[in-house]
Design a protein. Sequence first.
Length: 253
Amino acid sequence: MQAVMVTGASAGIGEEFARQLAAEGHNLVLVARRLEKMQALAATLSQTHGVQVHCLEADLADSGSAAQLVERVQSAGIRISGLVNNAGFGDRGHVGALSLERQLNMVQLNVTTLMELTWRLLPQLREASEAFIINVASTAAFQAGPNMAVYYASKAFVLSFSEALHEEEKGNGVAVSALCPGATASEFASEANMTHTLLFKAGTMTPQAVVRKALASRKRAIVIPGLKNRILVWLGKISPRIITRRLAGLLQA
Ligand SMILES: NC(=O)c1ccc[n+]([C@@H]2O[C@H](COP(=O)([O-])OP(=O)(O)OC[C@H]3O[C@@H](n4cnc5c(N)ncnc54)[C@H](OP(=O)(O)O)[C@@H]3O)[C@@H](O)[C@H]2O)c1
């Protein structure tokens, strides 16, 4: 069986990727820690769209989890034709005040596992037709972010890595895209302790709108859903770095 893998598919943007990819007719491999949530989603998607959905429970903040995941997929006889590296989380606070363990987990999940899964799945993606990788970065990727330093730095990695890979894989038939959403209504803000911040109070996009844009633009190197987010990124590019980083810090104070 051929399938698209979506990490972080038990909630938010990843759950919506699963819904819209199933509606496109793709079989799916869903990955996250909350197996029951994914199984309920899988039952609905199989019934509604007639696709096969395989759910795998995994903590992708564990080193070695990417290798284990690829082995499990292979032993289930599944070939991956699309990869949505979406699982990720943030944490608000000063680096020195936040837990070291949580910040190391963030780098492992947002950066290392994303890169490792990409590397391990590239050979089979190159053999599939219309193959794609969507790496979920953020508008946070475009500047430094005081009060969320590690999260912003992790997303800068995702953007830079994906943009370079977009060029490298063009000749191999794999479309690589960095999806850069701004504030989006999901479990992310409460998980990151930022529901009361200006960034989230100023309004959020729905996961539905974010994913519609991501899938419609999956052949583009960088996708920023929403006009407000595109304007903010553009303003950040033309402003001195001292302004953009201080503004980012204020938005999530
Ligand atoms: N929401 C926003 O404002 C926003 C903006 C820009 C970018 N993003 C990015 O969008 C992506 C999705 O976020 P979201 O907004 O949909 O957040 P969310 O609602 O909190 O969903 C996060 C997903 O990641 C999974 N996950 C978290 N830790 C994991 C782990 N250790 N192992 C495996 N899966 C894990 C969660 O599943 P389990 O808990 O079941 O494991 C969940 O399915 C993230 O990369 C985030 O950085 C979000």
